[in-house]
Design a protein around this ligand. Structure first.
Ligand code: SF4
Ligand code: SF4
Length: 212
């Protein structure tokens, strides 16, 4: 899931100014992150109206990053959309750019910050899991991703700075290399770690269009 958080309301307000605005949310990730579901769209609408900003309409797209679906769903809102020059999008950066593509003549305002690709660990708690490197090496590390979970993306062992199993960059997170070591030790396969990982081929992460 793509993890997002809503921007500070005062920053959103500054971008909108006093002109009428149309609001867009997303039924998928932004709904689960509570950054752009129906509840959040309606809450923003109420706050904007309290601040005397006209809201011409709103919709929660299913999902915002689906170009064809957006076209279909937004047809019903052509009147409301024509009444505003600005669209506030509460979705991930992907959804925001899809709206930008659909309405190049309007000002698209990003209402969220997109943080990372992660799991839902529990209600309202998310855990960073993948940097979309395009060349997955999870199999080499029994399902741990050092590319993502080590702030230095160390591929061939720890940096040496961890303390009590925590990362030296952020003591709130586990050193993923400590995790890898402990699991491999338990499984009696520490020798596997003598294998040297080649530098990652980041060109694979540059693929920007795929047809299936
Ligand atoms: S190795 Fe790459 S693709 Fe696999 S989980 Fe890590 S960042 Fe994602
Ligand atoms: S302490 Fe561990 S997780 Fe943190 S930067 Fe060093 S190797 Fe990476």
């Amino acid at each position: 899931m793509i993890i997002t958080k809503q921007k500070n309301f005062m920053d959103i307000l500054r971008r909108i100014g006093s002109k009428p605005v149309f609001l867009v949310g997303c039924s998928e990730c932004a709904t689960l992150c509570k950054s752009g579901g129906k509840e959040e769209v309606l809450a923003i609408k109420e706050s904007l109206i309290k601040n005397k900003i006209p809201v011409s309409g709103w919709v929660v797209l299913e999902p915002a990053c689906h170009l064809m679906n957006d076209k279909r769903m937004l047809k019903k809102y052509s009147k409301e959309l024509s009444e505003s020059t600005k669209i506030l999008v509460l979705a991930c950066g992907n959804g925001i750019q899809t709206l930008n593509k659909l309405f190049p003549e309007k000002e698209i305002i990003a209402g969220t910050d997109t943080l990372f690709l992660g799991e839902i660990s529990r209600v309202n708690e998310f855990f960073k899991q993948c940097l979309l490197c395009g060349e997955c090496i999870l199999d080499d590390f029994d399902g741990f991703c050092p590319v993502t979970r080590c702030p230095k993306s160390m591929l061939n062992g720890p940096c040496g700075g961890s303390s009590n199993g925590k990362c030296e960059i952020n003591s709130e997170i586990e050193c993923v290399w400590d995790c890898i070591y402990q699991v491999f030790k338990k499984k009696g396969k520490l020798d596997v770690l003598t294998f040297i990982q080649k530098p990652k081929d980041w060109s694979k992460a540059l693929e920007n269009k795929r047809r299936i």
